[in-house]
Design a protein around this ligand. Structure first.
Ligand code: ARG
Ligand code: ZN
Length: 853
């Protein structure tokens, strides 16, 4: 059953109010729901309530019991009048809910995840985001097992219920869609704080975790307070309830969830301390806490009319959290990281069988559309609008958007219209970014006319065909561009070129000599640029471009050119890359974090993305050889930097974070150099580290090799941390990511390790998600062992957790990118998957679309 965007119809019935009563128990919870329903418009259609795996105990309409049985899960109730009160009581089994959608048990807690369609697994309800209701929630539970009872909104009353039980009542004054409903019951401790909003409202903040995890919540609390202040300052958005609670749970399908006033988090995005978390983990906590908090306006106060509009809240909120993190740390480095993520996750999606527009046209299972396209490309679309409108115009646009649509469920079109009116621009053609899939390609050619001292830059664009979409229209591509004078190193004025036609020329006057082109600076448009520049010109830009992103980009392009040519010809040219790296690594004007980004070789997967047919072995060999050449040629520099970046103690200060980042890159070059003491040096960093960033960095370097130190370090790491699930994930992940000839065998064995479990999504992702991202290991093995391993995992996981299983399918769906033999084996595994009789809709959609031609 395919759901189509064009089929949207307003709901037949509204539910302005709902009262929920939970008798909580892990084995059997009873849920009584009283729905105050109102006919919407002039029609005689029945009330249809969604339901899934609900055991119906009782139903009544206006107090009169009715005999009704679910049909295909749904309850269909013919009603005469305009308003009725419908009551149902159901039983559910949280302890047996391994899908982690609806109400489920996690580590002694009871918690919920409703987005997108989990509320129907809790009670019968029209489960769609355009039904906004006021919620009154009463819950009752055993006092010892569940001393803390939380839900959305404000706590209004609580008391004893007898027989060792107690109850609490929470009311949420803001009408909300049911996907934002949440409930948590458990034995939790609270990191309590408060925040005074700009209008003087006092908000009680709470981060709820297991008692022993309390100290690890401090960073998340700081991030929350910073997010609240930032949203006031930058967007004029103030928090609106008296309490804001966050709960960390260890079994969670995604990162976190923005339930009104009660955000629920995957514990990996809350709990950090120096001994167990890397700087990347710290940054992720800050970013995700901000993301969920920002949803209070971009998502909750203004929500989505239907799930095709998902990017309305996700693209905007990702853009907001990206800007927040940039403000809290280094803007250039944050941009580089975000672009790297986009290229690693979204570009391949946009170039493969699962490509879809930012606003999809159809789906079988909406959970499959929480994608890099909807989130990250969606954020780029917002960023381009912000660029086009300028800071003041963009703020006027968002002010208008929030004022006009507060309390409504709206569409991407409503957002764009607010941008147009607020910013005073015409975005008619720009809207194609929402409807056309595929990464646009821009080709640039530059002609210098010395006589007229004029440069003509000709840009042309093409949008590739994607499943169901061919012959696309030219889009609006805002390209920040500058020309550099080769002799003086001077930059001419930067221009924002708007490429709107299939081909356009732009002229630059007063150019005595042929300049060097710096284009798509700051990655102002999420496109692929083919600009003919020599290695020499790229080296020049990597040393002189004043836009940090463009500088990084020039270095990446320089490396990619050398590596892809090396793969094609078998002759690797290393000189230019080594010199450019030397220049950056010794430039005193650059900070360590930026240098670490700039001097790192592109990933094997990214190199593969630049090739017509991915050659995993050739890429691996060339990259290893390049790494070795850089390591050996600059060995004294690396040793010097490794010493200079050592710190006596841990701090989160930007300079120290940058030093740690650089130190790990430097260590990998020393290891690659082949120096005899390299493994000992890595082990010393591993063993002596006072923080997880350096410890895991060293472990990763050792895991690639075949040294005795490798086994010692892995064993020591396991011994020290096996009691901490989040750190144990790193142990699995590091081995799955290793460039080690036996990685397939190692991953297979780890899948049978006593600490491995299919019921915890973090654990599954840290082993198999990492393995599938390890291009060389996943695609090595002539008989396709890696593919079979992943397909076996998908089939074993599907009956337990279809959402997480479906997320493992896309790596197999990339079969067209590989040679016939590999491609055939990947396809064979997909065919084996779709042939499985009881496949979930989630996996079926991903696997069958991956096979379709
Ligand atoms: N809205 C959540 C977030 O981005 C993600 C929820 C994902 N849930 C799902 N079932 N796909 O912050
Ligand atoms: Zn989100």
């Amino acid at each position: 059953p395919v759901i189509r965007r064009e089929d949207y119809k307003a709901p037949d019935w509204l539910v302005p109010e709902i009262a929920l009563d939970f008798r909580l128990d892990a084995e059997r919870t009873e849920v009584t729901a009283r729905l105050y329903v109102e006919r919407n418009g002039d029609h005689d259609r029945p009330l249809v309530l969604d339901g899934e795996e609900l055991d119906l105990l009782f139903a009544s309409v206006d107090g009169d019991p009715v005999e009704v049985a679910p049909e295909g899960g749904r309850l269909i109730l013919p009603l005469d009048g305009a308003k009725h009160v419908v009551e149902t009581r159901v039983a559910i089994a949280p302890a047996r809910n391994s899908q982690l959608m609806g109400l489920y048990a996690s580590g002694g807690l009871l918690c919920t995840q409703c987005e997108a369609e989990g509320f129907r697994r809790i009670t019968f309800f029209p489960d769609r985001p355009d039904i906004l209701s006021r919620y009154a929630v009463r819950m009752e539970a055993d006092k010892t097992l569940y001393p803390v009872l939380l839900s959305n909104g404000d706590p209004v009353a609580n008391g004893e219920a007898g027989e060792g039980r107690h109850w609490a009542q929470w009311n949420d004054p803001f009408p909300k869609p049911c996907y934002l409903f949440a409930l948590v019951a458990g034995d939790l401790a609270c990191n309590a704080d408060s925040f005074t909003t700009m209008s003087g409202r006092e908000v009680r903040l709470g981060i709820w975790v297991r008692e022993e995890d309390l100290p690890a919540t401090r960073h998340a609390m700081a991030a929350l307070r910073n997010s609240m202040a930032w949203d006031e300052r930058v967007y004029g958005r103030e928090y609106d309830l008296d309490v804001f609670n966050i709960v960390a749970v260890s079994d969670f399908n995604f990162g976190a969830m923005e339930n009104k006033g009660l955000n629920i988090f995957n514990s990996r995005y809350i709990l950090v301390d120096p001994d167990t978390a890397t700087d990347l983990d710290y940054d992720a906590v800050e970013g995700v806490v901000a993301h969920e908090y920002f949803h209070n306006w971009s998502g909750n106060r203004v929500t989505c009319r239907d799930w095709f509009q998902l990017s309305l809240k996700e693209g905007l909120t990702v853009y907001r959290d990206q800007c927040f993190s940039a403000d809290m740390g280094s803007e250039p480095v944050k941009r580089i990281e975000d672009v790297r993520l986009l290229r690693a996750g979204q570009f391949p999606e946009d170039a493969g069988p699962l490509a879809h527009p930012v606003r999809p046209e159809s789906y079988m299972e909406i959970s499959n559309f929480y994608t890099a396209t909807v989130y990250n490309k969606g954020a780029e679309v917002i960023r381009m609008m912000a660029q086009i409108l300028g800071p003041e115009g963009f703020r006027k646009g968002t002010d208008l958007y929030f004022a006009r649509h507060d309390g409504q469920a709206v569409t991407c079109e409503d957002f764009v219209r607010a941008m147009e009116e607020g910013g005073g621009v015409d975005l008619t053609q720009f809207r194609l970014w929402y409807s056309q899939a595929g990464t646009p390609r821009v080709a640039a050619t530059m002609i210098h006319d010395p006589e007229h001292r004029r440069v003509t830059l000709t840009l042309s664009q093409s949008i590739p065909d994607t499943p169901g979409q061919a012959n696309k229209k030219p889009m609006v591509l805002p390209l920040r561009t500058a020309l550099f004078d080769r002799q003086s190193g001077q930059r001419r004025e930067e221009r924002l070129l708007m490429l709107t036609g299939a081909e356009q020329s732009f002229t630059f006057e007063g150019m005595t000599s042929a300049p060097v082109l710096s284009i798509n600076r700051g990655f102002s448009a999420p496109v692929i640029v083919d600009a003919p520049r020599t290695q020499d010109e790229l080296a020049f830009l990597s040393a002189h471009d004043d836009d940090p992103f463009a500088r990084y980009e020039a270095m990446q392009q320089l490396m990619v050119n050398a590596l892809t040519e090396g793969v094609a010809s078998g002759e690797l040219e290393t000189g230019a890359v080594i010199e450019a790296i030397r220049t950056s690594a010794t430039d005193p004007s650059l900070d360590d974090a930026f240098v670490a980004e700039a001097i790192r070789l592109p990933s094997e997967a990214y190199i593969g993305d630049q090739m017509l047919v991915v050659d995993p072995q050739g890429i691996h060999d060339a990259r290893e050889a390049m790494q070795q050449a850089i390591g050996a040629a600059l060995e004294p520099l690396w040793r010097d930097l490794h010493q200079r970046t050592a710190r006596p103690a841990f701090s989160l200060e930007a300079g120290d974070k940058g030093a740690r980042k650089l130190r790990n890159v430097v260590l990998s070059y020393i290891a690659a150099s082949g120096a005899e003491d390299a493994a000992a040096l890595a082990f010393a960093q591993f063993d002596g580290a006072h923080n997880m960033t350096e410890r895991q960095g060293a472990l990763g370097v050792l895991a690639n090799g075949m040294s005795a130190e490798r086994e010692r370090a892995l064993a020591a790491f396991y011994d020290r941390y096996h009691g901490n699930a989040l750190v144990l994930d790193k142990w699995f992940q590091t081995q799955a990511l290793a460039c080690h000839p036996d990685t397939v065998e190692i991953v297979r064995a780890l899948g049978r390790h006593s600490d491995f479990t299919l019921t915890n999504p973090n654990r599954v992702r840290s082993l198999y998600g990492a393995f599938a991202a390890n291009q060389w290991a996943f695609h090595s093995g002539g008989a396709g062992e890696g593919y079979r391993l992943l397909a076996d995992l998908i089939l074993a996981l599907d009956p337990i957790n279809p959402q997480t299983a479906a997320r493992m399918v896309p790596p197999l769906g990339r079969w067209r990118r590989f040679d016939v033999e590999r491609g055939g084996r990947m396809r064979a595994e997909l065919e084996r998957i779709v042939a499985q009789p009881k496949l979930s809709r989630d996996v079926m959609e991903q696997a069958s679309k991956s096979l379709a031609d």
